[in-house]
Design a protein around this ligand. Structure first.
Ligand code: ATP
Length: 868
């Protein structure tokens, strides 16, 4: 952990500071404050500090839609206060937490807060909850808004806090919950109306202690799942074990007192420029625009470019490097530093994009010879300078310490900003020597280096990237929707005008800036004013599972009766319920709807339901290792193979070398297992291994950490008594243990996938169709296997998979080829897939062959019900 230094003063004149007394006064009088204000006016960083100054005992959660924002803003606020991160100010995001018992200001992702609310629906540990960037209408944000409203209403009904234990050993009443909703571009009227309106009658006497013990069936579920509508029988109330606050439900007519406040003024002006005509290729146009800004505009002034995803960003970084080398004067090319920024990058690599280049001697570029990935790096100060990359955002075990400062325990380590891995003293010394040589030959100092940060929309809100003066906005983002059967669809779509305003706002946070929009003003006018609520289009299965587990859906446990900010379509809730039943997460017993032990375990794993279910099945089939590797790589959500035209041939050859005949999941497992072997003792080293196999070191490093955390969680769950009960009851294992012993490991893995990927399966249709047709949708939908898959038509034509380069747990040699439908033992008849990518065509990505019989075994009722 970094030693606290002097506070960073956030600069004079942040607009919110002048509004402090009226904002705090309004919140004293009301339950809820809707706070709007220009981007950069100081909402995310200053309001928690103002609140803490007024209420020194406050404990607050500040939710962010994205982990990058949660970690970066927490780091900034800790630094402003001159305190270590993880003390009074901390953060908690999926797979990473920096908090302690002293933490009073906790930045967290909204997804993580929702999981917290499953165990504590009244959010009893907080005095204040601040929901940031509510305009984004992310699925988790919208649901969290509703959960927080309910918690605030419930806590207002409680008797005054007494300061000690509650009655009959109940936990102490934490007092009222104060709520702040913040955004520059939110629909203020919608929020004010929602919070001041009482919940619908269905939610009135909802969360009594015994509602959970004896959940009544949902009318919706009953109808959808074909069970008779039951008679709701009232049971005597008794406390639910482990419920932190066994409170009564909100009484009728109990809306909240809502205040609103607008912070006028922004810190610095931003000039917005539009493209005269639509651009044909936004990636190409973005790289050209970055080069143009670099040539035309003086340094300092970094450039932030918004693109859509990791693959595209890695390709843009390569393209800028290549073009700069070709088109610019040597010194100009050397002073341009392209950097990626996306969610799955390791924290150290994110810090490199987010933090300023080190002052003084810093900012020279060099091949630093990272032992792990061989990447290049900006040289940190090599003497005197205390601040190093990574200190602010993630400075624990992997803190860079070549500056000579820091704790003794870390004194001989440094962090590679390319892959996030640790570099030992010897290689750090070699790095410093190489850096010195290169910098001696360079005529440009640090101030002459210009960062070009290619980012997804992780940098769109809350985040301040120090040094950015220019924003280049492609005007598009990846949006995730769902097929009727609940499979994920990924497509690139235009952003909203609110998102464009947020992006432009990133240019004016430390000085006046310019936003270059790669679309015309007419195209901007055609954009939706605000993002469409994700709740209206996303797969609702994870949300419905959380709501049922929280028992917040009224006395009839009906997820359509939940008091949503804007209700989703009933059909979408029904579809989610059907899939949860198919997954074994929700059961309809004697006409009643309840979360099963399997569902409870699934809700605890911070991955998609399909992955959670497959992982839990792998415990029963005794094949967790390859499943964990495959799921970790998919959850890490980055490009596995090196990107860019230059690397394409090597990446294709590597994919072929690792290819498993059954598909992508065991191929991914083989990659991560081989990486782990190479990185371990006696191995060739992760860096050389990644180079040799054209693999993306950053993604593999991230997946390794995700895997370790998932393995820990899975191990904990599988030792718990209720889980042993599930396994003993044969809940996850038709056929029983002896049958398992006879199966080869690859078959077991594929059976786990069949159990988890309910609703994400397709079967080959020949004849005129000649495509895979998705199973489970009302309307048949055809798709091809994505060219990146080892089961793509091109890969099969070449002869399909070979022997995995790394061997490992997947047992490729023993694997039998799955049932095929091209008559030559190649194209599998039935597959499961991770997502449907829609470009000019529909593609299935991350595909594995399964037997149709397994689908019937695990999701038979589901497929029958949706096809009925
Ligand atoms: N990491 C940082 N480095 C430098 N300056 C920063 C940093 N974080 C915040 N600031 C300064 O503090 C100002 C306020 O930031 P803050 O995130 O609190 O604003 P906001 O109103 O929440 O913005 P948004 O609506 O865009 O999230 C920024 O405009 C910037 O001047």
């Amino acid at each position: 952990m970094s030693t606290p230094s002097s506070p960073i003063h956030p600069g004079q004149g942040l607009p919110i500071l002048a509004h402090g007394p009226s904002i705090l006064g309004a919140l004293d009088r009301a339950d809820v404050l809707v706070l709007s204000g220009e981007t950069g006016s100081g909402k995310s960083t200053q309001l928690p500090q103002l609140l803490l100054a007024r209420h020194p005992d406050a404990v607050m959660a500040i939710s962010q839609p994205r982990r990058v924002a949660a970690t970066a803003v927490a780091a900034r606020v800790a630094a402003e206060r001159g305190e270590p991160l993880g003390g009074v100010v901390g953060y908690a995001v999926r797979f990473d937490e920096r908090c302690s018992p002293a933490t009073q200001v906790r930045y967290a992702t909204d997804g993580l807060m929702l999981r917290e609310a499953v165990g504590d629906p009244t959010l009893s540990r907080y005095t204040h909850v601040l929901l940031d960037e509510v305009h984004e209408r992310a699925l988790a944000t919208d649901v969290l808004v509703a959960v927080v409203k309910r918690a605030a209403i419930l806590r207002r009904q409680l008797p005054e806090p007494t300061g000690g234990e509650g009655a009959a050993g109940a936990p102490p009443n934490p007092g009222p919950l104060k709520v702040v909703l913040m955004s520059a571009t939110a629909d203020v009227e919608l929020l004010v109306r929602y919070f001041s309106t009482a919940p619908p009658p269905a939610g009135r006497d909802a969360p009594t202690a015994d509602a959970a013990a004896s959940p009544s069936p949902s009318a919706v579920a009953s109808e959808a799942l074909g069970v008779a509508s039951p008679v709701v029988k009232k049971k005597k109330k008794r406390p639910r074990p482990g419920s932190p606050l066994p409170v009564a439900a909100p009484p009728p007519g109990s809306g909240l007192a809502v205040a609103r406040h607008h912070v006028r003024g922004r810190q610095y002006p931003v000039t917005v420029l539009y493209a005269a005509d639509p651009v044909a290729d936004y990636l190409d146009a973005a790289v050209t625009a970055a080069l143009q800004v670099h040539v035309d505009q003086p340094v300092p002034g970094d450039i932030l470019v918004f693109l859509t995803g990791a693959d595209e960003i890695d390709a843009a970084v390569e393209l800028l490097r290549a073009r700069a080398g070709r088109l610019l004067e040597r010194s100009d090319a050397r002073s341009l530093l392209p950097l990626p920024l996306y969610a799955s990058l390791p924290p150290a690599a994110q810090a490199r994009a987010l933090l300023p280049l080190p002052p003084g001697k810093g900012g020279r570029r060099s091949a630093h010879g990272c032992r792990l990935c061989g990447g290049t790096e900006v040289v940190a100060p090599d003497g005197g300078g205390r601040q190093t990359m990574g200190d602010l955002v993630h400075d624990g075990a992997v803190r860079a310490s070549r500056s000579g400062g820091g704790a003794a325990a870390d004194a001989d380590t440094t962090t590679c900003s390319e892959c996030g891995g640790r570099v030992t003293a010897a290689s750090a010394a070699a790095f410093a020597a190489a850096a010195a040589t290169v910098s001696a030959g360079s005529s440009r100092g640090s101030s002459a280096v210009r960062k070009v940060i290619f980012s997804t929309n992780v940098a769109e809100t809350s985040v301040t990237i120090s040094g950015v003066r220019y924003v280049i906005d492609a005007g598009v983002a990846k949006s995730r929707t769902t097929t009727p059967s609940g499979a994920d669809i990924l497509r690139v779509a235009p952003i909203s005008r609110a998102a464009a305003a947020q992006r432009a706002g990133r240019a004016g946070r430390q000085a006046a800036g310019v936003a270059y929009r790669l679309y015309s003003e007419a195209a901007w006018a055609r954009m939706a004013p605000r993002p469409v609520a994700e709740l209206a289009s996303a797969d609702l299965a994870p949300t419905v599972l959380s709501l049922l587990a929280m028992r917040v859906c009224g006395p009839r446990n009906d997820p359509t009766a939940f008091d949503y900010l804007q209700p989703p379509k009933t059909a979408a809730v029904t579809a989610a319920l059907e899939r949860l039943v198919g997954l074994g997460a929700v059961a309809v017993t004697a006409g009643s709807l309840a979360v099963t032990p399997m569902g409870t375990a699934m809700a605890r794993l911070p991955v998609r339901p399909a992955h959670a279910r497959a992982l839990l099945e792998s415990v029963a089939l005794d094949v967790t290792a390859p499943l964990l590797s495959a799921v970790a790589l998919l959850a890490a959500d980055g490009a596995v193979w090196a990107a860019g035209a230059a690397a394409r041939a090597a990446a294709d050859a590597s994919r072929r070398a690792f290819a498993h005949p059954t598909g992508d999941h065991l191929t991914l497992a083989a990659v991560l297992d081989a990486y782990a072997a190479a990185a371990g003792e006696g191995g060739e080293g992760a860096g050389p291994f990644c180079k040799r196999h054209a693999l993306n070191a950053r993604t593999l490093a991230a997946a390794t950490s995700v895997r370790a955390q998932l393995a820990g969680l899975l191990d904990t769950i599988s030792r718990e008594p209720h889980w042993v009960g599930v396994a003993a009851a044969g809940g996850v294992l038709p056929g029983g243990a002896p049958a398992v012993a006879a199966m080869d490991p690859a078959e077991r893995v594929r059976r786990c996938l069949a159990a988890g990927y309910v609703g994400a399966a397709a079967s080959w249709r020949g004849g005129a169709v000649r495509a895979y047709v998705l199973l489970g949708g009302a309307k048949p939908m055809a798709a091809a296997v994505h060219p990146s898959s080892v089961l793509s038509a091109a890969a099969l034509a070449r002869g399909g998979g070979g022997t995995p380069a790394g061997g490992g747990a997947s047992g490729a040699a023993a694997a039998r080829r799955p049932a095929d439908d091209d008559g030559r033992g190649r194209r599998p008849r039935t597959v499961v897939f991770d997502e449907l990518v829609i470009t000019s065509k529909a593609y299935l990505r991350s595909v594995t062959a399964v037997e149709s019989g397994w689908l019937v075994e695990h999701g038979g009722d589901y497929y029958r019900s949706v096809q009925a």
